[in-house]
Design a protein around this ligand. Structure first.
Ligand SMILES: [Zn+2]
Ligand SMILES: [Zn+2]
Length: 391
């Protein structure tokens, strides 16, 4: 691997910082200590810092030369509401809160890159950059839309970027490899609640009531069947919650199912929303009960732009070699709120291998831990990308 030697040298210290963040995780929009730590580190490097964007977001800005080009490099800072079960020495000190997605590592890698970038233009090695880099540390990636909050809070008005780049560690992909694709890459995530309104009553006299449970069960079965055929459209439809009644002898007056939809295409998204609503209404009508469908679009599909993806692939290949960068990676059915930034600016979100050994726990598994061995590579990617975009 073609790593930057200074980043190899600083990686152990950033590994230590990563493990400190891991031991002190904070949930989305509550990253007060993490944000303070990030701001303090950036300030100590002499970097101009802006805090409190999108609640707890932090942006550090490095300018050099007269260049007018600018890019944003983004890391996420939040942890998950999971009880850690790794048993490692740096395990979470907070009950039920856990860096189970590696955002501790993303934060550490971007800080490592920042330390190198801020000194790089001053070096006489002739490999600095000319322009502006915004280091974007965002809150609340895990389902709460911290990326959207930063955009709404004026991220790109305050910190204009010609392009933005994101990166996620990926267990299952060997260390020393990257995977990416241009166009839609990660799924849109929608959620729904279906409520069937019946008439409650005594279980001994069902003829006097209108039981919503069989109706909601029919809707759940219909959605599951639709989920099976949705795969042809690279979509996922799933029922994950059911809520009805609380006694053996009482027919409830309402029943609810909830679940999610993922897909990679706006047209499919519109079609699926319409089909789910129609199926529920039809089943309700046949039973003579009122049905309410509340369908909400949570995260949009993440779309990488062609030019920036080509740049990301070229940069990654310069570090790990041609064969270790998959430029036509499979679609990922997970969602990612960096998609909100990519709706505003062209850019590229790339996956960096976190270890491909069989049995490596995937993100959100209580046994998962970020692999510190990739810190130097991830930081080298950020630096090489900056040189390529602003060189
Ligand atoms: Zn996650
Ligand atoms: Zn994540």
């Amino acid at each position: 691997m073609n790593l930057i030697s200074e980043l190899v040298a600083s990686a152990p210290a950033y590994g230590e910082l990563r493990r400190h963040i891991h031991a002190h995780p904070e949930l989305g929009f509550e990253e007060v200590q993490t944000a303070a730590l990030v701001a303090e580190r950036l300030e100590a490097m002499g970097i101009e810092v802006h805090t409190g964007l999108g609640t707890t977001g932090v942006v550090g800005t490095i300018r050099y030369g007269n260049g007018t080009k600018s890019i944003g490099l983004r890391a996420d800072m939040d942890a998950l509401p999971i009880q850690e079960q790794t048993g490692v020495a740096h395990a979470s000190t907070r009950d039920g809160v856990f860096h189970g997605c590696g955002h501790d590592g993303h934060t550490a890698m971007l800080l490592a890159a920042a330390e190198y970038l801020v000194d790089m233009p001053k070096s006489d090695q002739g490999k600095g950059f000319d322009g502006t880099v915004h280091l974007i540390f965002q809150p609340a990636e895990e389902g709460l839309g911290g990326g959207e909050a930063m955009v709404e809070d004026g991220l790109f008005e305050l910190f204009p970027c010609d392009a933005v780049f994101g990166m996620h560690n990926w267990p299952g992909l060997p260390v020393g490899q990257f995977a990416v694709r241009s166009g839609p890459f990660m799924a849109a995530q929608d959620i729904y609640d279906v409520t069937v309104h019946g008439t409650g009553g005594h279980a001994a006299y069902p003829q006097l009531a209108a039981n919503p449970i069989p109706v909601v069960a029919d809707i759940a079965a219909a959605y599951s069947e639709m989920g099976r055929t949705a795969r042809e459209r690279s979509a996922v439809i799933v029922v994950t919650e059911m809520e009805a009644g609380d006694a053996y002898n009482v027919i409830p007056d309402k029943a609810v199912i909830r679940g999610g939809v993922r897909n990679f295409d706006r047209q499919h998204q519109d079609d699926i929303e319409a089909e789910l609503k129609q199926a529920a209404q039809q089943i309700g009508e046949q039973a003579g009960l009122a049905v309410e469908v509340d369908y909400r679009r949570n995260y949009p599909v993440l779309v990488n732009s062609q030019k920036e993806t080509d740049i990301a692939v070229e940069v990654a290949r310069s570090l790990v070699g041609e064969d270790n960068v998959d430029a036509y990676a499979k679609l990922v059915s997970g969602s990612e709120d960096f998609a909100f930034m990519l709706q505003e600016k062209p850019g590229c979100y790339i996956l960096i291998g976190g270890g491909g050994e069989p049995g490596t726990p995937f993100c959100h598994n209580p046994h998962y831990d970020f692999n510190d061995d990739i810190i130097a590579l991830g930081a080298s990617y950020w630096v090489a990308l900056t040189q390529r975009c602003l060189g």
